[in-house]
Ligand binder design. Structure first.
Ligand code: UT7
Length: 380
């Protein structure tokens, strides 16, 4: 049975930064509250569609792996804030990349979508169905946010990253995989109205209401991720001392610290990006992986623990062994269209389409930047 090595990686991070101070201009909140409760200082707001973010990340990952889009067998698009439900989003990435041979599927397990996706792609490589896959973690949450609800509006951000997975005989890639779902409490994280951007008939951008019991999610996140870490380490026959790096889901610095403590791994071996990007749901783990590589924190053969948790309440943990190469083979020529608007300006445009309770009135036009939702990322 072959292994499924991670041979390419790339991000598709939108440039516009929304600070805690920006949020304080329209919410009863403060930099002090957000920083002490979550560790977050900034998050990104996309001026492009989720498919554009996913396409740029995938293009960079393919260039990094030295793999032509025509050689991709499967694209897995992991996320829950899709531009549309039908057609699926992976097909949008397929056409934008020109990966004409690739099968294309979406996986939505909310924040764990990348972890579930990487586990799935690995299994499909190992059973011989495919040889080359692109696995994406992407979210465009700003369009679905209830910006009048401070319980959730301060927590989330937009972003994307992708990896290329390829069949190899060398022991590397995902060596252990634990996936699960604490569905008994699935009602503590629900976004009513998410998943449809159809403007004009009562469901429009940002037409959502969030049910979010932060404390219940917090406790179950720590339990779910900690148990998954223990199980995956036992499955792979490793202990905390063998773990070179933990790349956890980034929902709250306090959750990350608790999970690292239970796993027995000191924080200097944990990648933290939550202060820069907030909670990007499915994108947090791959974006943090790309940052770790850029910072030289992953070495040939590194053993990496990747725990995650999200709506459902899904959880999981992967044990990844890195291969030999930690530098990209090439660079993509693709880039986002230029952005001319500040993050707060874009958020205020979305807010303008929402009533004070976060629900938009029927027939309201979508925000001006919605036209970019249909276009693919353009070559630079
Ligand atoms: O990725 C998906 C998984 N999501 C998560 O894992 C999130 C898990 N939960 C959490 O990270 C935390 O529970 C939160 C960050 C969401 C909240 O932190 P907390 O320490 O659990 O705060 P809390 O909900 O107990 O709220 C404490 C106080 C409340 O006021 P009172 O009742 O004490 O007067 C809230 O109304 O803080 C208030 N509050 C805020 N104040 C300022 C809630 N949100 C805000 C805010 N700014 N944005």
């Amino acid at each position: 049975m072959p292994y499924a090595a991670i041979t390419g990686w790339g991000d598709g991070m939108p440039p516009a930064v929304l600070s805690n101070e920006d949020l304080s201009t329209f919410l009863d909140t403060s930099d002090e509250w957000i920083t002490t409760r979550t560790g977050m200082k900034e998050r990104r707001i996309a001026h492009v569609s989720a498919i554009e973010m996913a396409t740029l990340a995938s293009s960079r990952a393919l260039a990094c792996a030295g793999l032509d889009p025509s050689e991709v067998d499967l694209i897995i698009y992991g996320g829950c804030s899709n531009d549309e439900i039908v057609p699926n989003s992976a097909s949008g990435v397929q056409v934008a990349l020109g990966a004409t041979r690739a099968a294309a599927m979406d996986i939505n397990t909310a924040c764990t979508s990348f972890i579930y996706g990487l586990s799935t792609a690995t299994a499909m490589v190992q059973n011989g169905t495919i040889r080359n896959a692109v696995v994406i973690g992407v979210e465009l949450i700003s369009r679905y946010m209830d910006w009048s609800n401070r319980n959730v509006a301060v927590l989330f951000g937009d972003g994307a990253a992708a990896v290329v997975v390829q069949a190899t005989d060398q022991p590397s890639g995902v060596l252990g995989s634990v996936l699960g779902c604490d569905a008994e409490a699935r009602q503590v994280l629900r976004v009513r109205g998410m998943g449809c951007t159809y403007a004009g008939v009562g469901i429009t951008l940002g037409d959502t209401a969030w049910d979010f019991d932060g404390q219940a999610i917090f406790k179950r996140a720590v339990k779910g991720m900690s148990e998954a870490c223990a199980r995956v380490m036992a499955q792979a026959g490793v202990t905390a001392d063998d773990i070179d790096l933990v790349i956890p889901h980034q929902a709250n610095l306090r959750i990350i610290e608790a999970v690292a403590k239970y796993a027995g791994v000191p924080m200097d071996r944990v990648i933290v990006t939550v202060h820069k990007y907030g909670n990007m749901s499915a994108a947090t783990v791959p974006v943090s992986l790309v940052e770790a590589l850029k910072e030289g924190r992953i070495r040939p053969g590194s053993k990496i623990l990747m725990p995650g948790f999200g709506g459902g309440l899904t959880f999981g943990a992967l044990l990844v062994q890195w291969g030999e190469r930690v530098t990209p083979l090439g660079e993509s020529g693709m880039a986002f269209p230029a952005n001319t608007r500040a993050a707060l300006e874009m958020v205020n445009a979305i807010r303008a389409g929402q009533d004070p309770h976060g629900r938009s009135a029927a027939g309201l036009a979508a925000p001006q930047f919605a036209e970019s939702r249909t276009g693919a990322a353009a070559p630079a």
